[in-house]
Design a binder for this molecule. Structure first.
Ligand code: MG
Ligand code: MG
Length: 272
């Protein structure tokens, strides 16, 4: 099967940056607002207001019938939790996924955080998940093959200990729709799939647990939990490869400068 991948012009990526920055700023706002005692739908309201204020619109709300601006997933819930009356407690791992559309172009990003005093294992889980995302982005450079990304994500995770890496869920192309081809696995061998070229935009999103990689879907039809109730983490950024051959992380406030810089990758200066 031939994959059809949407390549973006510099001008289109500049609009995607506006969507991405709005997502990034919304996630920063959520990170600073979240505390024990809050309902998960209070976070949703903060996100909805911020996206509206920024001139965007939610791409999650109404997506295949999803009700909410963000996904809020707690503890053994890994992704796609529906905001509601659940109260966030000390010690919870909270994973928040957010997306926005600006002028028809999409951004998508996520983070996990621990509320109050953190267990060492949970801290490690989150650190490994986030690091693997940055390694994946760094590996997804111009000239690399698609599977190099998943390979880098998996190698990073495996080098840090034993974690379950979700298999049924992964990253994706993104542009005029939130989910486009290609699907981006979080595991695999190097050297397979299409060669990565300027104009490509991908969301990289490892999802890992302290136990099994196997998942279950809750009765609400959305929430993905680990099959063994182990706690999970999810980090995601949308990045693009620019005409100068360099990456730019559209949903990171600094474009990925700090984290990619630590991995020896320079970000593009073609956009801000
Ligand atoms: Mg997402
Ligand atoms: Mg995504």
């Amino acid at each position: 099967m031939k994959m059809s991948i949407q390549l973006k012009t510099l001008d289109q990526i500049k609009v995607m940056r506006r969507a991405g920055l709005l997502v990034g700023q919304t996630l920063e706002l959520l990170k600073s607002s979240i505390k024990a005692g809050m309902r998960t739908d209070a976070l949703d309201a903060i996100a909805a207001a911020n996206i509206k204020r920024g001139g965007g619109r939610s791409n999650f709300d109404g997506y295949h019938g999803f009700k909410g601006t963000i996904c809020v997933s707690l503890n053994d819930e890994i992704v796609h939790g529906i905001p509601g009356n659940r109260i966030i407690e000390d010690g919870d791992i909270v994973s928040i996924d957010c997306g926005a559309i600006v002028e028809g172009w999409h951004g998508d990003a996520a983070f996990s955080t621990i509320i109050g005093p953190a267990r060492a294992l949970d801290q490690k889980l989150l650190a490994v998940c986030e690091e693997s995302m940055w390694r994946g982005i760094a590996a997804g450079h111009v000239g690399a093959h698609l599977s190099d990304i998943g390979h880098a994500v998996e190698q990073c995770i495996k080098s840090q200990g034993i974690f379950g890496i979700l298999k049924e869920y992964g990253g994706h192309g993104i542009g005029t729709e939130m989910h486009q081809e290609p699907h981006v696995l979080n595991f695999g061998k190097r050297g397979f799939g299409p060669e990565l070229t300027p104009g490509l935009a991908l969301a990289i999103e490892p999802m890992i647990t302290l136990g099994t990689h196997r998942t279950k879907l809750l009765k609400d039809g959305w929430t993905v939990v680990s099959a063994d109730k182990s706690r999970g983490a999810h980090f995601e950024h949308t990045y693009a490869l620019l005409p100068d051959g360099k990456p730019f992380v559209l949903t990171a406030i600094d474009g990925g400068k700090e984290h990619l810089g630590k991995l020896g990758v320079e970000i593009s200066e073609l956009i801000q």
